[in-house]
Write a protein that binds this ligand. Structure first.
Ligand code: GCU
Ligand code: CA
Length: 138
């Protein structure tokens, strides 16, 4: 099962504004990051055990150009993501990432690598369970 973390709710941080002007978001708003390299969204993801987490990032990009970002976990590069156009700012979709996590609290940071900044970021669903137990065989 996944846990939802809203971008507008602490301990998440948004280098920009929490906005509500594009419908379809989860929770009470979304992060409209500044349009700048490094204007990041950061989530704090709790994991019961070290292993591999599946992260589902919900976003909207109403421009025609993708908005690429680096993904770091606890300060280490873990993945990259190209948040492609979704057509309009009210069209939300998801991007799934697989990253390593440690037991306990993990900082997951989405940091844009171009001057366009991030797409609008709504929330992150993290599935951190079950990876510590090998599947039965035979
Ligand atoms: C528009 C849109 C914002 C978005 C911004 C952007 O201003 O209303 O929600 O964040 O474009 O290009 O990043
Ligand atoms: Ca923006």
């Amino acid at each position: 099962a996944a846990t939802r973390y809203e971008a507008e709710r602490a301990p998440a941080t948004c280098d920009g504004a929490i906005d509500t002007n594009h419908a379809g978001y989860s929770g009470t708003g979304f992060c409209n990051g500044r349009n700048a390299v490094g204007a990041a969204v950061q989530f704090t993801v709790d994991a019961p055990q070290a292993g591999t987490a599946t992260l589902v990032v919900r976003f909207a990009n109403g421009t025609t150009a993708a908005r690429p970002a680096s993904v770091t976990v606890n300060g280490s590069a873990a993945a990259s993501a190209s948040f492609e156009s979704t057509g309009t700012w009210a069209a939300w979709t998801t991007k799934t990432l697989t990253v390593p996590v440690r037991a306990g609290s993990n900082t997951v940071r989405l940091s844009p690598t171009t001057a366009d900044g991030l797409p609008n970021i709504d929330c992150l669903d993290a599935d951190t369970g079950g990876t510590g137990t090998p599947a039965p065989t035979g």
